[in-house]
Design a protein around this ligand. Structure first.
Ligand code: 4NP
Length: 161
């Protein structure tokens, strides 16, 4: 059974699709496509069915040469069972996810993405939606950092399992 990761932000058109596609890129490079699978979702319903934001896609192409694929969907309670680890981009996302798990059964599956950053000190991936191009570039930098050590973390889990 593959290890299943879900990246979550507010709209599922900027940060979480970037995380999903960056992680898939690293997984492909590591030859682990059969062992780890990724998806993303938004806590809101605002952009259901939309493709990633053009500004986010432009940053991913410019900085990494990666095309962002996927369509936005909303986080669902069934995702708690479906996924092994759920990565929230910011504290609001984290709180909104945990609010859907009132008994705390799945609490241990939910993490802040920046817990995995090793080169950056920010605790959250800032929402770039209402800002300029630098915000989108910063999202890419933070996510590359977090995804690299998240991948290492999962590989270590699988080795010790
Ligand atoms: P995301 O960015 O949560 O990283 O996808 C946003 C996208 C849309 C909105 C806010 C943040 N919005 O308010 O519509």
């Amino acid at each position: 059974m593959p290890y299943k990761l879900l990246f979550v932000c507010l709209g599922n058109i900027c940060r979480s699709p970037s995380a999903e596609n960056i992680m898939n890129h690293l997984i492909d490079q590591a030859g682990l496509s059969n062992s780890i699978v990724c998806d993303s979702a938004g806590t809101s319903s605002y952009h259901i069915g939309s493709q990633p934001d053009r500004r986010m896609s432009a940053a991913a192409v410019a900085k990494l040469g990666i095309q962002l694929r996927g369509r936005a969907r909303q986080f669902a309670k069934s995702d708690f069972q479906e996924f092994d680890m759920i990565l929230a981009m910011d504290r609001d996302n984290y709180d909104d996810i945990l609010a859907l798990d009132p008994t705390g059964k799945y609490h241990d599956k939910v993490h802040l993405m920046c817990e995995f950053c090793t080169r950056h000190n920010l605790k959250e991936v800032p929402d770039p939606y209402y800002g300029g191009v630098e915000g989108f570039n910063q999202v890419i930098d933070l996510l590359v950092d977090a995804c690299e050590s998240l991948l290492q973390h999962i590989v270590n889990l699988q080795v010790s399992a």
